[in-house]
Design a protein around this ligand. Sequence first.
Ligand SMILES: [Zn+2]
Length: 348
Amino acid sequence: MSTEAPRHAGGPLLYPFAAGPAHGTVTPVAPGVHWLRMPLPFRLDHINLWLLEDGDGWTIIDTGLATGPAREVWAAVLAGPMRGRPVRRLLVTHFHPDHFGLAAWLMERCGCELWMAAAEHAIAVVVLADDAGSHAARQAFFRRHGLDRERLELTDTWRGSYRDGVPEVPSQFVALRDQQVLRIGGHDWRVITATGHSPDHVTLHCQALGLLISGDQILPQITPHIGVWHTAPEADPVRGYLHSLARFEDLPPATLVLPAHGLPFTGLAPRLEAVAAHHARRLEIVANACTAPSTATGVLDVLFRRRLDVHQIVFALGETIAHLNYLCADGALARSSDAAGVQRYTRT
Ligand SMILES: [Zn+2]
């Protein structure tokens, strides 16, 4: 008989909740920890937010996108299940619009503080400031990566404005740092930061409650987007992401993971393994696609064989370049530019 503690051993994840709370209602997931969902106007139609009882007030984790329906849900929840306790603190896991969009609005409405990692606040300021000027630079970046005329015309119509989702970045915040311990509602929550999906993504682990608020860093059924953008074309976020996975390996096997999308789950270790294996497979496909010199667009068409809409093209190309950059940094691929400035990758 094995003396090992029971573990998931790569098996399916376990989901203790069959479904998320209906919009405007909350579901308790642990003593003092409540689950709230916000609508998103995308194929990924929701984000999970977490409401933590914190003394006589609340600490809330993430905000939802700056849309009318999200504001309506907040109004209903603040006047309903959250009534009677003031919101003292808004903690934001990372700068993406669905997590951060309503930060300024909530601070104004609730008089709460904003807590986030300094690098996440800094990138939000840069991206918001760059919003108007980034279009031409992004198109040039796509052209350099071999995007054909038809798809360039499509991406030319794509605005993907950060400002639409995040109208305002609050100028004041309390900086969170890795391994910092926050006392929330009588429990210690340890900050574990991770990179790859965003620069310094905050996750929160509570040993006593056996919970990990994982944001987008670790998701149960999808892998978070890991992309390279025109603003930092040489970035290697896949490496950062894979390194970051190790930071969660030693958490107890029974940890209930509270992700920003999908359902809470146990089975952190097998999920980390599955995600690492996914990227290893992707890297292999990308390397094989460059046996003969190929542009990033050529590799994109191998990785994603279905027809992509314009939003998917933008994100999938960024993801493809991220994997190419990883292999270039490792010396597995070499990059060259032709007279027109178009970049090609070849196996070394
Ligand atoms: Zn995100």
